[in-house]
Design a binder for this molecule. Structure first.
Ligand code: NDP
Length: 300
């Protein structure tokens, strides 16, 4: 007989909707107080279909909360110099408060050089080396959107995270590493696992907080999860099952019923990522204009 599924589903979609609502109010307040409209510029190079969909979604949601959206769709053969020149122009543009280059870039472009030419105070993806350094040293940073969303959901669920054992599976620059830094900032005891880690299941079983960002469908099995743990599944994997295509996470969701809470895929981390991008753009605008508001929308 199957064990009952007792874990709460963390409603990332609802959480993101709440955040977007607060940001809409915040943007209206900024506009009435300053006469200015925060603006986000998104640069897409090439015709990758998934990237095109993400850029379209970012454009629509940016406009929906009352901000300005500037989308630059460049041909795949754009040179490094041409891309750098556009970014320099956006750095200097006063109506652009946030800049994002959609990744991955075509192979002939140097991604690190591209990211690091963005003004760090407009780097709403939080990938610039200065923002990575600020985050690592506990200074005010623009924080990568996906781990920022994960932390917001964890804090909402658990309150004070100090002293909890956190295991982050995956050490990419965009998810795993900043996630570990954020959890250290909350005084968790953090372990990072990756493809060369010995006995990942045993490590996962020590976790009060388990964040998985690997990109392998349902890799984390039920018996890797400590009873009562909070599980954040970042993975987005398309698989074929029972003759139909579906999206699953990096965690075998149906086996995780003994966790205290888990993010579903889809509907968990994904919706929070774009909401946090909008939040970072508002944060960037406020810092550029030295605006202090009564209440921080992003409580990190
Ligand atoms: P990367 O491919 O950049 O990194 C994957 C990480 O997983 C690496 O550190 C790798 O280790 C580690 N890894 C791979 N295999 C194993 C294994 N068998 N055991 C332990 N660790 C392993 O991926 P990303 O961080 O960019 O993305 C991870 C997942 O999250 C993907 O499914 C992606 O689609 C999803 N994602 C979702 C987002 C959202 O908004 N929900 C946003 C960003 C990503 P090593 O470093 O040793 O190679």
């Amino acid at each position: 007989m199957n064990k009952p599924f007792l874990a709460d589903r963390i409603d990332g979609k609802g959480f993101a909707a709440d955040l977007v609502e607060k940001l809409t109010v915040d943007v209206a307040d900024i506009k009435s107080r300053t006469g200015l409209t925060p603006g986000l510029a998104v640069v897409l190079v090439g015709e990758d279909p998934a990237s095109g969909v993400y850029v379209g979604a970012k454009h629509r949601q940016t406009l929906a909360i009352g901000m300005e959206s500037f989308v630059y769709r460049l041909p795949a053969e754009t040179t490094q110099n041409e891309l750098m020149a556009l970014l320099e122009k956006l750095n200097a543009a006063s109506e652009v408060n946030g800049i994002l280059v959609q990744l991955p870039l075509p192979a002939h472009l140097n991604t690190n050089a591209v990211i690091n030419v963005i003004d760090p105070d407009k780097d709403v993806d939080g990938f610039h080396i200065l923002n990575a350094g600020r985050l690592a040293t506990g200074q005010d940073a623009l924080v990568p959107c996906t781990p920022l969303g994960c932390l917001m959901m964890l804090k909402d669920r658990l309150g004070n995270l100090a002293g909890l054992n956190a295991v982050v599976v995956g050490k990419s620059n965009i998810v795993g590493k900043p996630m570990a830094q954020l959890l250290m900032g909350e005084n968790c005891t953090v372990t990072v696992a990756h493809s060369k880690t010995q006995d990942v299941p045993a490590l996962c079983r020590t976790a009060d907080i388990l964040v998985v960002a690997v990109g392998r469908p349902e890799m984390v099995k039920g018996d890797w999860i400590k009873p009562g743990a909070v599980v954040i599944d970042v993975g987005i994997n398309r698989i074929d099952r029972d003759g139909r295509s579906r999206i699953v996470g990096d965690v075998a969701f149906e086996e995780a019923g003994h966790a205290s809470a888990i993010t579903p895929v889809p509907g968990g981390v994904g919706p929070m990522t774009i909401a946090c991008l909008l939040a970072n753009t508002v944060t960037a605008f406020k810092r550029q204009h030295h605006i202090v508001t009564h209440q921080a929308v992003v409580a990190v």
